[in-house]
Design a protein around this ligand. Structure first.
Ligand SMILES: [Ca+2]
Ligand SMILES: [Ca+2]
Ligand SMILES: [Ca+2]
Length: 129
């Protein structure tokens, strides 16, 4: 596990405590309302759909992540981590499909706050176990 001193939180886990809860949602809502501006390292994790702006869409995705039971890497939401999820992520990275914010949160499999090739390889490794 990464140390707490680094910006290791996954997408949506703004305060980096390993869960997405009301505290994270409050941070993002305060940022949107300009009551409290997030620092750059926090901002990336608050922009869960990675469209470059932190807005209500990100809050909605975080509320979904908080309210629903979900599994890391289960991007298509069928309750399992399978090749279909890996293919979906690869297609997303190739620009063939778009993912919504909640899917992006699940796609950040290694919880480093971005969607990258390492999520694909880590998902494949997790499936091979
Ligand atoms: Ca966004
Ligand atoms: Ca799945
Ligand atoms: Ca990642």
């Amino acid at each position: 596990m990464a140390t707490a001193s680094t910006f290791a939180g996954g997408l949506g886990d703004v305060n980096n405590d390993n869960r997405i809860n009301q505290t994270d949602i409050d941070l993002v809502q305060n940022h949107i309302a300009e009551n409290l501006m997030l620092k750059s390292g926090f901002k990336n994790r608050a922009d869960v759909n990675q469209d470059g702006v932190i807005n209500l869409q990100d809050v909605v995705a975080m509320q979904q992540a908080k309210a629903k039971r979900w599994k890391d890497g289960d991007i298509n939401g069928d309750g399992k981590l399978t090749n279909a999820d890996v293919t979906l992520l690869q297609n997303y990275m190739a620009g063939n499909v778009t993912l919504d914010g909640f899917q992006m949160i699940k796609a950040d499999f290694n919880k480093d706050g971005k969607i990258s090739m390492s999520d694909v390889t880590d998902m494949q490794r997790a499936m091979a176990k």
